[in-house]
Structure formats: C-alpha cells, structure tokens
Design a protein around this ligand. Structure first.
Ligand SMILES: Nc1ncnc2c1ncn2[C@@H]1O[C@H](COP(=O)(O)OP(=O)(O)OP(=O)(O)O)[C@@H](O)[C@H]1O
Ligand SMILES: [Mg+2]
Length: 233
C-alpha cells in the first residue's frame, strides 16, 4: 500500500459548448497522501468543482490519469465507478442534499442500503452511532426541515461516512453556513481526519476554513498556482 491515496496526473478537461471547447482544467497534477487534509482554493470558475467531479468519476477528463487507492478511475465502467463512490468516497456539498422525506437516521441508512453489506438492524445501529458521533444523538427522527443548517450539514457528513470510506470530499461544505457554524463543521471534519485518519480534500472560498488543512493548493484558470503547507506539516 503506497502512501498516495489520490493520484491526479496531468488532467485536462474541456466542456463542449456547441462547437466550442471551454477549457476548465489545463494540466493539473496532484498527489494526496493518505491521512492528509488538503484544501483547494481559487476564484470562481478556476476548475475546483470540475476536479472534484473527476475524482469521483462523475465526469471524464479529456486527457490525463486519476487513480484512487491505486485503481485507475478513468478506465472504469459505470458499475465499477458506482462501487468506487460507495466504498471509497464520501461526498459533502454546499447545499446538504438530504432526502427531505427521510429522517436523519434514514438519510444515513440510504447509502448502506445501496452498498448492501449490512442487514437492517446493523444499519440502524451504525446510523445511530454515526449520528451520535456528529453530535446529533438527540435528533435521529427529525426530518431535514426540522434541523438547522449546521445540523443538516452534520447529517450529510454522517451520511458521507456511512460506508466508512477512507476519503471525504467536500465542495464548499460551509458555504451556506454562518461562520460560527461553519467553524464547528470544519472542526468536526478535522477531528475525523485526525482521529480516524480520513483523507480529506475540500474546496472553500474562506481563508479561515482553509486554516484547518495541512496543505492548501491555489488554482487559477484551470491550473495549479501556489501551494502552502499549514499546521506545521
Ligand atoms: N457542465 C458544464 N458545461 C460547460 N462548462 C462548464 C460546465 N461545468 C463547468 N464549466 C466551466 O468550467 C469552468 C470551471 O468550472 P468549475 O465549476 O469547476 O469552477 P469552480 O472553481 O468550482 O467555481 P466556483 O468557485 O464558482 O464553484 C468554468 O469556466 C465553467 O464555466
Ligand atoms: Mg465549484
């Protein structure tokens, strides 16, 4: 097992708009170490979301290679990609994206049902455990509309952890939260990184949220500019 968990090698991505190719990534290479907490920053349109989508095989690069835990993502078929996303990656988005007709507990059970590894009782117990871990042991039967933004985001984080993936991917996880709540969510993510060794790669526009990372990579116009190391790493 190498120490590199995410290997991105000279990725290019253009979107076709009519007949015109709009470049979004123009030669991006990044190696993320197992257990690292990596932050991506950069102006709107610099290609951050495009890069995260490619990591999860939600879209295909125009050229270049991506390996997650040693497996080549670009050549995978849809079924393998679906399994990769379920087993290796937990996604957290800006707008929580919880299922509104499901309780907090049921939202966390959903990805476990898809993975098909646990029976009903074990799923329930794991969902309860995860909700307690994110500090929502007293909100298990609440629907998303009955939770605050920060609570909904914590449910989304628990859901991302449902199948115990080694990697957490966050796209502006704190973008819709006030700064105090955003700070609490980042503290939670940092503790998952430090205590459980989760590898985290997240995008933020807020320099204070970037301070939680080991390393910050700045993107501009589809390429990597500056890199900074933080937290004494
Ligand atoms: N589906 C798409 N079709 C066409 N062009 C796209 C598509 N998605 C993104 N783009 C273009 O690719 C570039 C990168 O977009 P991307 O969403 O990755 O930026 P971003 O860094 O995440 O920006 P933001 O901070 O605003 O979220 C932009 O120029 C955008 O217009
Ligand atoms: Mg984006």
């Amino acid at each position: 097992m190498t120490n590199t968990i995410i290997h991105v090698d000279n990725i290019h991505k253009s979107y076709l708009m009519g007949k015109e190719a709009v470049p979004a990534l123009r030669g991006v290479s990044i190696d993320v170490q197992r257990g690292e907490m990596l932050c991506l920053m950069g102006p709107s349109g610099s290609g951050k979301t495009t890069l995260l989508n490619l990591l999860g095989g939600l879209d295909e690069p125009s050229r270049g290679h991506i390996a997650i835990d040693g497996a080549d993502v670009v050549s995978m078929k849809e079924e393998q990609l679906a399994r990769l996303r379920l087993q290796k990656l937990g996604f957290v988005f800006q707008t929580f994206n919880l299922l509104s007709n499901f309780t907090a507990l049921e939202n966390i059970e959903a990805p476990m049902v898809l993975a098909g590894k646990l029976r009903r009782r074990a799923r329930r117990e794991r969902a309860e455990y995860l909700l307690e871990q994110v500090g929502l042991g007293d909100r298990m039967d609440h629907y998303p509309s009955e939770l605050s933004g920060g609570q909904q985001q914590r449910v989304a984080i628990a859901r991302a952890l449902a199948n115990d993936p080694p990697i957490l991917i966050g796209d502006e996880m704190t973008g819709d939260l006030d700064s105090k709540t955003g700070f609490e969510v980042m503290q939670l993510v940092r503790s998952l990184n430090q205590e459980q060794g989760k590898t985290v790669i997240y995008v933020t526009h807020d320099p204070r949220m970037a301070d939680f990372a080991d390393r910050v990579i700045h993107m501009t116009d589809g390429i990597i500019g500056r890199e900074e190391l933080k937290n004494g790493s």
